[in-house]
Design a protein. Structure first.
Length: 142
């Protein structure tokens, strides 16, 4: 589920809420690495306000940077990237978060998944759900 609403702040794009199922294969190991319980990590990820810094690496791939303090800066990318990360994987590394728009190789820590479609090549007007400047909030799926 995705919720799009315009923000009132100038210079900031739309505010987009993305529902996440926090069952990623790296959730427990990341929690241990940064000294949080998995519940604390999930809450922290949701309470962080993320801005789309840029779309790159692959079509629709958002690099999300925190607008408030984060504890993820010291979390490096994986030493050896995975050969395939599934579309919709929600991940963190190096102080940022991302959502994989399609299946591809990747070296970020997987903390959850979403059903939100980040890139649609058949949408000629706006193929990417997110644009630079948009604000993203994550919400736990019910």
């Amino acid at each position: 589920c995705v919720n799009l609403t315009p923000t009132e702040s100038s210079g900031i794009g739309r505010e987009i809420t993305i529902d996440v199922d926090y069952t990623g294969e790296d959730l427990a190991s990341v929690s241990a690495l940064i000294g949080m319980t998995t519940s604390e990590l999930i809450t922290f990820h949701q309470e962080t306000i993320w801005r789309v810094a840029l779309i790159g690496f692959a079509p629709g791939f958002p690099y999300l940077v925190p607008l408030n303090e984060t504890r993820f800066e010291s979390l490096p990318r994986l030493e050896a990237p995975r050969e395939r990360v599934p579309a919709g994987a929600v991940a963190i590394a190096a102080g940022m978060s991302c959502v994989y728009p399609s299946a591809m190789p990747g070296g970020w820590h997987l903390i959850g998944t979403t059903t939100a479609k980040l890139f649609d090549a058949h949408n000629n007007q706006n193929p990417s759900l997110l644009s630079a400047g948009d604000v993203v909030r994550f919400r736990e799926s019910k």
